[in-house]
Write a protein that binds this ligand. Sequence first.
Ligand SMILES: Nc1ncnc2c1ncn2[C@@H]1O[C@H](COP(=O)(O)OP(=O)(O)OP(=O)(O)O)[C@@H](O)[C@H]1O
Length: 237
Amino acid sequence: MATSGIEVTAMNFAYDGQPQLFSRFTLNIAHGSRCLLIGANGSGKTTLLKILAGKHMVGGRDVVRVLGCSAFHDTQLVCGGELAYLGGSWSKTIGSAGDVPLQGDFSAEHMIFGVEGVDPLRREKLIELLDIDLQWRMHKVSDGQRRRVQICMGLLQPYKVLLLDEITVDLDVVTRMDLLDFFKEECDQRGATIVYATHIFDGLETWATHVAYIQDGELRRCESLAMDKGNKENARL
Ligand SMILES: Nc1ncnc2c1ncn2[C@@H]1O[C@H](COP(=O)(O)OP(=O)(O)OP(=O)(O)O)[C@@H](O)[C@H]1O
């Protein structure tokens, strides 16, 4: 069964009062791929992921398509958990104050078990994988521990498309590798599609199936890595 993954067609985008960041930008990511999104600081990776996550309205319904639906207009994609975005710091937007870090004396258990309609086995697996102590108080843990709870919550629903923006940056090496293995399993077993923006390439040479390289809002390269397996070129990602 052929299912569409991510399709961006001739997309134009600029932040208010800024020059055009994406101009007639086109990208196709096949269903079931693990695509690395790479590029220099400011090249547009986060912006692209947020657009794919339906956080910005860009053009009409046909410009940014995820799983055959419009990323922005078809809100059931995000509400139903099929399209998930994990990135940035854990914050909430408060009116004119902008993004304010999440504060408050909550336990990890309160946060994780607060997500409704979750398969308990999947939840158990994630808690174990991320080595989370349910008694952690969220305002007293390290950045990496807080990040693990954030990742756990973001993965509780079995997404079909997962957009990751540098989320493994605070994780220790072992947890990062375990998580990458979990993502690979999710693609192989459930046909999930993952786009992962990162600057840390350790262990990704054989993990990724595709790489997309953007420079100043332009797609410079988008290709399969499968043919290159074992090729030293990949090690220089
Ligand atoms: N909210 C915003 N308003 C205006 N301009 C923005 C905003 N967010 C990002 N930009 C600009 O858009 C461009 C792309 O930023 P973006 O965050 O997408 O890059 P990036 O590739 O994710 O960078 P990094 O690797 O540093 O995370 C940059 O020039 C940035 O200054």
